[in-house]
Ligand binder design. Structure first.
Ligand code: FE
Ligand code: FE
Ligand code: ZN
Length: 282
């Protein structure tokens, strides 16, 4: 099982991966740059080389970079779209210096004053201008809860974006258990049905990562409030069914729960021990 959490890279990648291993994780997610402002840290190739060495010794295959929340590729404002494009371009360039083993996820955006269709066209345009044949880092669209005017709270919108991208083989999807449940996909009572839907509309081969969160809000609430595992409306049993599902268990799972490091460690311990009991051969 590939299981990690949202880690800080404030002290660099080597420090982050050491911390991950120390709490029993074998992958982690990090912000590609300041999540609210958008400024990027300086590229430290030596740190990346040391990270790679440590990671390969500890069987860490893939990590996940998360774009800043401020990024809105589907914005009505030209300057906001330009910022999104620059972020994506620069982040993909920076992440390419890992030489593999990194995926990149971003929130598709919010349509605000535009129609959904207009906004989605902007997202597609940006992806088409950013992705080239040389792009080596998989770019994942995150499935969202659909709060406010957020795009991609429904599977169809993920597909519309992906099918509009010329180099669509470079684009995948990251689902989030909290977002799914809040968006109205009943992963608690009908996980198989939700996965069938996703497979029909998007294709399970497009699914490359999974954010693992409980939810503070009710089913189909169209809110986005992450809860600790087992302390929300989704519950531990449903979370376990997700990570052990035969169509999902190969994926990397990332906790984005409201925790400090000791809380993440506890959740990882719980999930690993339950999984060992459910399917010991993994
Ligand atoms: Fe996210
Ligand atoms: Fe998420
Ligand atoms: Zn969220």
């Amino acid at each position: 099982m590939k299981l990690g959490y949202h880690a800080s890279i404030a002290k660099g990648y080597l420090s982050a991966v050491k911390e991950a291993v120390s709490i029993g994780a074998n992958t982690f997610q990090f912000f590609s740059r300041n999540p609210r402002g958008g400024s990027a840290r300086e590229l430290d190739l030596e740190d990346i080389a040391l990270y790679k060495e440590f990671a390969s010794k500890h069987n860490i295959e893939t990590i996940l970079a998360h774009a800043p929340y401020t990024l809105n590729a589907g914005s009505a404002t030209r300057a906001t779209r330009e910022f999104a494009k620059q972020c994506l371009e620069q982040d993909l360039k920076t992440l390419a210096s890992f030489g593999g083993g990194v995926q990149y996820v971003f929130h598709p955006g919010s349509h605000t004053t535009l129609t959904k269709e207009e906004s989605i066209t902007f997202v597609i345009d940006i992806l088409n201008s950013v992705l080239t044949n040389d792009t080596s880092v998989p770019v994942l669209l995150e499935g969202m809860s659909g709060k406010g005017s957020e795009l991609c709270g429904i599977f169809d919108e993920l597909t519309t974006i992906i099918s509009g991208v010329e180099l669509s083989d470079k684009v995948g999807v990251c689902l989030d258990s909290c977002h799914l449940y809040s968006a109205g996909y009943d992963i608690v009572n009908n996980l198989d049905g939700v996965l069938e839907d996703f497979d029909k509309i998007v294709g399970l081969d497009k699914l490359k990562a999974f954010h693992l969160n409980d939810s503070m809000t009710a089913f189909a609430s169209k809110k986005d409030r992450h809860a600790k595992i087992g302390e929300g409306t989704i519950g531990l049993d449903a979370i376990i069914r997700i990570i052990t599902h035969k169509k999902l268990k190969h994926l990397p799972f990332y906790l984005e729960t409201p925790n400090e490091i000791d809380g993440y460690q506890r959740e990882i311990e719980i999930l690993k021990s339950v999984c060992d009991r459910v399917s010991p051969l993994q």
